[in-house]
Design a protein around this ligand. Sequence first.
Ligand code: GDP
Ligand code: MN
Length: 390
Amino acid sequence: MKLLEHQSKELFRAKGVAVPPSGGAIEDLGRLAAALKRAGRGPWVLKAQVLAGGRGKAGGVKLARTPREARELARQILGMTLISPQTGPQGVKVASLLVEGGAKIERELYLSIVLDRKAACPVVIASAQGGMEIETLAHERPEAIVRVPVDPDQGLLDYQGRRLGYALDIPAERMREFVALAKALCRVFLDYDCSLVEVNPLVLTPKGLLALDGKVIVDDNALFRQKALAALPDLESSRLEREAKRHGISYIGLDGNIGCMVNGAGLAMGTMDTIALAGGTPANFLDVGGAADQQRVTKAFQILLKDRKVKAVLVNIFGGIVRCDMIAAGVIAAVRKVKLKIPLVVRLQGTNVDKGRALLKESGIRLTTAEDLWEAAQKAVAAAKTAAEA
Ligand code: GDP
Ligand code: MN
């Protein structure tokens, strides 16, 4: 789960990481005046709250010297479509705006904590080159990046913090403050079950160190014990993805036009690959799950058909624990319920496959069957092509 900058900074504040004075995030201009007041005397910084970086260059971060200027800039940012290298060409709409007191920047540093899967522990990554994207830096000047592994039971230790500080050229009189901040950021990472904590830039100001930006990703597998975070609104999923989740279906919308219904995540991935190999593009990833029943199959059908891009449907089920006759009955019920008007290709294999195929045949429903996945994928691709041209 990705957090917005202002949510990330709440976690920072809770663990004692210094952040700029906040006026809070607002969703309409009417709340600007109060937010400016909360953030102090100005100048202020107005920051688009979207789940993507590169906002500065995309016009989503602006400095305002007067309330009047703040109003004008807030009007521009709220509701704008922000396009950065991280949003894709379609961009994202800005629904909320963070108001903060502006900071006087002396130097910009980079500090992040990620999970190092190879070392099986968190690792702090730091560089004196803040503001710059770490991917670019890793490519162009890998020697400018330092890494320090963190023991998850102990957090960052003082000597490790100092080692980072020396590498970043932190002035001696600020070393203590820096070490405390680095340790606190590691506490954020560990206590909130994060897979990423990134501060870019971490800045030196005349008044001290500040986390000027904040990006946090919380491990979804830990959300059961991060109740406050789990209760935040889901900003990452589309409407259909949220609907699917409520029904226990794993669904991810994609760009193509072949709707897929598959049981098992591995088979779903294999199905998508095979569609691509046959020259088509899947409209979604959909795993109905191992314990799919008739109701869930119907629901899955309804969800994948709500995507208007879908020109053909491919059902690919391997009956192991689920029986093919049950799936067939589910498909028949679903097709009748949703009054399916687009081509349907069904490939069943496994437990009770004969019964399942017989049911499909007797139903009189217009569909194409296939013996194996390759045949099914080719038929679905051909059907989608014909339907798209019609
Ligand atoms: P990002 O572009 O999405 O990573 O957004 P950031 O929060 O990192 O902001 C982009 C840039 O805006 C920073 O690297 C800073 O150079 C600048 N910036 C942000 N806040 C302030 C501030 O309070 N004062 C000044 N002078 N610059 C700021
Ligand atoms: Mn940034």
